[in-house]
Design a protein around this ligand. Sequence first.
Ligand code: NAD
Ligand code: K
Ligand code: MN
Length: 356
Amino acid sequence: RKSYRIACIPGDGIGKEVIPAGQQVLQALAASQDGLRFEFQSFGWGGDWYREHGEMMPADGLEALRGMDAILFGSAGDPDIPDHVTLWGLRLKICQGFDQYANVRPTRILPGIDAPLKRCAPADLDWVIVRENSEGEYAGVGGRAHQGHPIEVATDVSMMTRAGVERIMRYAFRLAQARPRKLLTVVTKSNAQRHAMVMWDEIAVQVSREFPDVKWDKELVDACTARMVNRPASLDTLVATNLHADILSDLAAALAGSLGIAPTGNIDPERRYPSMFEPIHGSAFDIMGKGLANPVGTFWSCVMLLEHLGERAAAQRLMQAIEAVTADSRLHTRDLGGRAGTAEVTAAVIHRLHPR
Ligand code: NAD
Ligand code: K
Ligand code: MN
């Protein structure tokens, strides 16, 4: 009887509200299914840890996570600490430390959700954005010189490697191939970024030859935003750089109803290290500590976590419970125009998993 070891890192802001909710839901799932067990270990890293220790997580933090089957993450971001300190000190440290190079971001309009596009039926918007998660604009290459002086220079170099682009491109083609429409859009900006993005385009052509059954096209990132709004059904799987996909996926989440719903997995496809699952949203300073956060993004991330562990039946059961809850507008949180709180939505999902 297998017991999965899950690390929980709530982090900051509403992460502290949605991650315990996710843990309760996974616990309820295990209680209602023979042979499924979780051992949770929580880590109190983030802004509070920083105030006490001067760093977002301990130096040997990755060692503590290494033996885990998966990581459930909330958010890094504290109103009193610069965002680049919190992001680089926790989330990026784990993503890059464990080479979780594929960031997978599914978006669908769930039942009962009033999405903002008037001419878009729910079936028209069913996307997976694959975000390069290890280099590009977030490679950490750059610096500042002559700080504060008129001659100051500051750079963030978008660094891409052939190996890094090949592996994410291959991952995206494989994912597109596994989906019914076998359709991939390679997002680019090679008109302006004439070195790294031109290599990106060349590698797309090269990798596409390994996947003759995948239909694919290329779209400039700016045009892609308009296409997401105007022709959502023309898209299925997308692959984009670290920054481009970061931006496109917040747009995708909003088009599907709310940032509070969207899930993601930071995946090491080679399974050398634990992968990390999190809602795509951040700390949400405006609503933190009030019990108003939508936990659906975290629950859907738990579905991705279960799929990654190979627990397909449990994943399906949880997704059905989530959809039954979103279908009921009385169980919508404020971001969806409703009045329910985090606790109510969580209880409703648990009730559907384990009616007692
Ligand atoms: P955000 O996602 O925290 O919030 C944007 C807006 O969406 C806010 O109005 C917020 O109330 C709303 N929102 C987000 N999630 C919600 C939910 N579950 N339920 C209801 N409403 C929700 O983005 P931001 O304001 O740009 O960033 C705040 C902080 O979070 C910053 O420090 C930022 O760096 C950090 N951040 C961290 C991550 C991460 O750890 N992966 C991701 C994004 C932002
Ligand atoms: K997050
Ligand atoms: Mn983001």
